[in-house]
Design a protein around this ligand. Sequence first.
Ligand SMILES: Cc1cc2nc3c(=O)[nH]c(=O)nc-3n(C[C@H](O)[C@H](O)[C@H](O)COP(=O)(O)OP(=O)(O)OC[C@H]3O[C@@H](n4cnc5c(N)ncnc54)[C@H](O)[C@@H]3O)c2cc1C
Length: 374
Amino acid sequence: MDKVDIVVIGAGAVGLAIGAAIADKDKDMYILEKEEVYGQGTSSRNSEVIHAGIYYPKGSLKAELCVKANPMIYGICEKNKVPYKNCGKLIVANGESEVKQLEGIIKHATDCGARDLEMIDKGRVHELEPKVKADAAIISPTTGILDAHGLMDHFHREARRKAGTDPVVLDTEVTGIKQIKDSYIVEMISGGEPFQIESSIVINSAGLYSDRIAAMAGIDIDEAGYRIHWCKGEYFSLTGKPPAQMLIYPPPPQDAASLGIHSVPDLTGRLRFGPNAFYVDEINYAVESEKEPFWRDVVRYFPTVKLEDLHPDMSGIRSKLQGPGDPVRDFVIKHEEDRSLPGFINLVGIESPGLTSSPAIAEMVAEMVKEYLN
Ligand SMILES: Cc1cc2nc3c(=O)[nH]c(=O)nc-3n(C[C@H](O)[C@H](O)[C@H](O)COP(=O)(O)OP(=O)(O)OC[C@H]3O[C@@H](n4cnc5c(N)ncnc54)[C@H](O)[C@@H]3O)c2cc1C
C-alpha cells in the first residue's frame, strides 16, 4: 500500500488552493478527485464574484477570510494572468425601508472590515449606471468578477510546481476512511479499481459531499452539526446589450439563504440574473423554475428588461450547513484533534464566499498542517 504524508479529498477551488499552499518537494501529497476533470463541482457553477465581505456575521470565518482574501485574489489574478475585472458593485435600494436597510448594511460591513464602501444618492447611481432604478445605493469598488477555471488552473500549476510532480489524481472517489494508530487508510475507487493509501494527514475538501467524508472518518455529523443541506441556485441569461457594467444587487432578502436575484456580468460581457435559492434532495443542474418571478425581481432595479429576453442558463448547488428556516451558519474549518482524529482536517459548509476566500482558507489550513507536523 502507498504511504503518503497528505491526502486532500476534492479538487475544487478550495482543495486546489490548499494543495497549492501546502505542496512541497519533501512531502508526498495526493489531491483525490472523483470526476475526470477537476473543478466540475460548485466551483464551476457559481456567480464568479470576487466578494468584498459585506454580509457575513462579524467575527465569522466567512467575514474574516473573505475580507482577507479579496486583495489576495486580485493579486493572484494580476500576477498570474487569471482573467478578472474589478467592475465594482452597487447594492440598490428602492423605497424608504430598503434605504434604511442599506444604512444597516454599510455600518455592519464596515465594522467587519469591508473596504471603501460608500452610500451614494439617486443622481450618482444614474451617472454610474443610467439604466438602473434606485433611490440610493451602496457602492463597493473592491467587488469584481473572475474566471473561476483560470483561478483553479493557477492553483493546480502552483501545486504541481511546488510538489515537483502533479498531485491531482482524477477519476478517484474516496469511499472509506479507517483510522489506524497515527494515520488513516483512505479507501477509494480509482479508474474503476479499488485502491487504498495510507496517509498521516487527511484534508476533507469534498464540497457537497464533505459531510459524508466526515462521517466516513467516524464523526456523528448530526451531533457535530456537520450535515450539509443542498440548496440550489438557478440563473437566467439576458439576450441583447447588458443594461449595466457593474454588478447590481438588491438588499438581501430576510430568508438569509441567498443574496437576492442580482445581475452578474461575465468576462465575455454576457449578463446573467440569479441565483434563486431552494433546498433540494438530489444533484440535478437543470433550470426548472419559472422565469417570471425572476423577472419581477429584476425589473425592480432594471425596469427596461423584458420578460422575453430572459432564458434559462445554468445552476449551482450550495453546500449549506444552514437548513430551511435555520439561522446563518459559518464555514467549518477544523482540525479534529479533539474528536480523537489527529491529522484529520474538515472543511464543511464552504458555501459563498468560498471561491473568493479560497486563498485565505488555504493559508489557514496550511497553518494547521504546519502546527500538526511540528
Ligand atoms: C449558485 C452559487 C453561487 C455562488 N457564487 C459565489 C460567488 O459569486 N463568489 C464566491 O466567492 N463564492 C460563490 N459561491 C460559492 C463557491 O462556489 C463555493 O464556496 C466554492 O466553489 C466551494 O469550493 P469547494 O472546492 O469547496 O467545492 P467544489 O467545487 O464542489 O469541490 C469539491 C470537489 O470534491 C469532489 N468530491 C466530492 N466527493 C468526493 C469523493 N468522495 N472523492 C473524491 N472527490 C470528491 C467533487 O467532485 C468536487 O470536485 C457560489 C455557490 C453557488 C452554489
